[in-house]
Design a protein around this ligand. Structure first.
Ligand code: AMP
Length: 284
């Protein structure tokens, strides 16, 4: 496995592997790897002859009051994990390498970025789309792997790839959870033991909401009311948003029908956590 920090070296390494006819899988991350990231890497390694992992805490997707500077980082540990999994290249650029002086271009995807996380994190998806666009241009992967954990991010990237006719297949992989249901996240390290316990309210509530839908509840307001009351029963939890939308387009729905995404963002203490489920409500 090679660790590469320059765009030029990465392009050369990939050119060589493409010339030898290898398919390239790509997993973009912000590092501090956990089993959720590992699952994406495993899918890529299984599907492709060559796998590139990027680790870059992308400053332009954080707003000023967010956790960019304290976001957890441990490159040595990440290198060890990636090597053990069989990753071919880790790309770890500096901020200056990705955004040199004079950088002026951003990618903005409209409408689907205005809701859910986009409503409470203005500019976030512009930062995500810009960095992913750059990474796709540098790497030229055949397939790129994203987690359902960040459902809106996956939808935004799919939209960008479709709209911009990009030659990459986007593969969305299932959420990996702790034994107690908590969705794995690099940010879970911020949680105290008490907060970690409290955070199980997110998945418990989502699973119970999914059961309500599976049992026939089609009233969106009722399911959202249930979610709000469940989460509010946890003193450490503060809801940022909860919504039920079309799982593929993220469009608003009036009545629960078809494949729906039940999504939420909740603060446990000072830590913002997101989680979601997709459930098929069939037709009304
Ligand atoms: P991050 O490093 O948090 O930006 O995440 C990098 C990629 O890993 C994104 O595509 C995430 O959706 C995905 N990911 C993060 N957590 C999980 C998880 N618990 N299960 C599956 N994928 C995840």
């Amino acid at each position: 496995m090679r660790t590469i920090t320059s765009i030029k070296d990465l392009k050369n390494a990939i050119k060589a592997s493409k010339l030898s006819g290898k398919t390239v899988g790509f997993v973009p991350t912000m590092g501090y790897l956990h089993d959720g990231h590992a699952s994406l890497l495993k899918y890529s390694i299984e599907d492709n002859e060559y796998t590139v992992l990027s680790i870059f805490v992308n400053p332009i997707q954080f707003s000023v009051n967010e956790d960019f500077s304290k976001y957890p980082r441990d490159i040595a540990r990440d290198v060890h994990i990636a090597e053990g999994l069989g990753v071919d290249i880790i790309f770890v650029p500096t901020v200056e390498e990705m955004y040199p002086e004079g950088f002026k271009t951003c990618v903005e995807i409209e409408q689907i970025t205005n809701k859910l996380c986009g409503a409470t994190r203005p500019g976030h998806f512009k930062g995500v789309a810009t960095v992913v666009n750059k990474l796709f241009n540098i790497i030229g992967p055949d397939r790129a792997y994203f987690g359902q954990k960040d459902a809106q991010q996956a939808a935004v990237i799919k939209q960008m790839v479709k709209d911009m006719n990009m030659n990459v297949e986007i593969i969305v992989c299932p959420i990996v959870r702790e034994a107690d249901g908590l969705a794995m996240s690099s940010r879970n390290v911020y949680l105290s033991p008490g907060e970690k316990k409290a955070a199980t309210i997110l998945s418990e509530t989502l699973f119970a909401a999914g059961k309500l839908i599976q049992d026939g509840e089609r009233d969106k307001g009722k399911v959202l009311g249930f979610i709000t009351s469940q989460i509010s029963s946890e003193p450490l939890a503060r809801i940022e948003y909860t919504d039920i939308v079309n799982a593929d387009t993220l469009e608003d729905i009036k009545v629960i029908q078809g494949r729906v995404l039940v999504a939420l963002a909740v603060k446990i203490g000072n830590t913002r956590l997101i989680d979601n489920i997709v459930t098929d409500a069939g037709l009304i």
